[in-house]
Unconditional design. Structure first.
Length: 317
């Protein structure tokens, strides 16, 4: 899932991860579902068609994605701690590209941090590492749109430290097959300039640079993917996200990091999104139940944090 998956979320992360995953891709194993009869996953065109059907619906109708998992804290001198739950969903639709082959995915996503015991959304939280009460910054990315096309350019949500130009590469992912299940995992590792200047955001910023990793796994039916009558294919998967402490945790450059682990899935209908997630979004951010009507620029969550929050005052001893 710049990544979240922002508080990054897996859908925003997908833009960068899928682009990066095209590098050095190769098909693993054998199976009829890897090379047709409809989509040849050893080719860029086959990958474009497959990921478009997995990501949304070729007919243009709105589909949804969802995730549910745990945010953990990794700090020296003790075990990893489960800190909060995380749930969220996306709404998206496809439009054919007008400047070449492929698809424009118009997508938005939101997410919420939750109590580990009750599953309720939390708006105040006591950080067990600092014993300080803080205000979680929930995810609300109005645009995490991306292009799905045969030749991809790495997506850059943040400025890289080196400032190198993004590379172009064929869009061919590392698919595998086990029985009727097709599966693919992509990984993206980012070392970038932090939008939150540590001289200004003293308690929020982890430093001048940020180190982020996103791993996304997808699994779907080979039979469904190769079915010419289906314009959308449901998938399930998993998201792993590694990043510095969230700025709202007010831990600054303290040693350690956040580790996310979440189940992911798709839904061809809103009714198929897990009810607890759908109900929270309906109550708090109902606009996120619909896909974007027009394409707008994607914005990283750290940039949104910079715009909507103010630097915290020094901690009182």
């Amino acid at each position: 899932m710049r990544l979240s998956r922002r508080a990054f979320g897996p859908l925003a992360a997908a833009s960068a991860v899928l682009a990066a995953g095209a590098a050095q891709a190769r098909v693993r194993g054998s199976g009829a579902g890897l090379r047709g009869p409809l989509h040849d996953l050893t080719t860029a065109d086959g990958n474009v068609a497959a990921m478009a059907k997995i990501s949304s619906d070729l007919s243009g109708k709105t589909t949804h994605g969802w995730y549910q998992g745990v945010l953990m804290g990794v700090a020296p001198g003790g075990p990893v701690r489960d800190l909060v739950g995380i749930i969220g969903m996306s709404s998206q639709r496809l439009e054919p590209l007008t400047d070449g082959p492929g698809w424009q995915l118009l997508q938005k996503e939101c997410g919420f941090f939750t109590d580990l015991e009750t599953g309720a959304v939390i708006d105040r939280w006591t950080n067990p590492f600092t014993n300080e009460e803080v205000e979680p910054f929930h995810i609300a990315n109005a645009s995490v749109s991306r292009r799905i096309q045969p030749v991809v350019r790495e997506t850059r949500f943040y400025d890289t430290v080196a400032g190198a130009e993004a590379r172009e590469k064929p869009y061919i992912l590392s698919w595998g097959q086990a029985g009727d299940r097709l599966f693919v995992e992509t990984r993206n590792h980012v070392w970038a300039n932090n939008p939150l200047d540590p001289k200004v955001w003293v308690r929020e910023s982890a430093g001048a640079q940020i180190q982020v990793t996103d791993c996304l796994a997808y699994s779907c039916s080979a039979r469904d993917l190769q079915n010419p009558r289906l314009t959308h294919v449901d998938h399930s998967g998993h998201w792993v996200h590694v990043r510095p402490w969230q700025p709202w945790m007010l831990m600054g450059p303290a040693p350690g990091m956040c580790l996310y682990s979440a189940f992911t899935g798709s839904a061809g209908r809103l009714a198929d999104v897990p009810a607890p997630i759908r109900d929270v979004v309906s109550e708090r951010l109902p606009a996120f139940l619909e896909a974007p009507k027009v394409l707008t620029r994607s914005e990283p969550s750290l940039v949104r944090y910079q715009r909507e929050r103010k630097p915290a005052p020094p901690k009182v001893p």
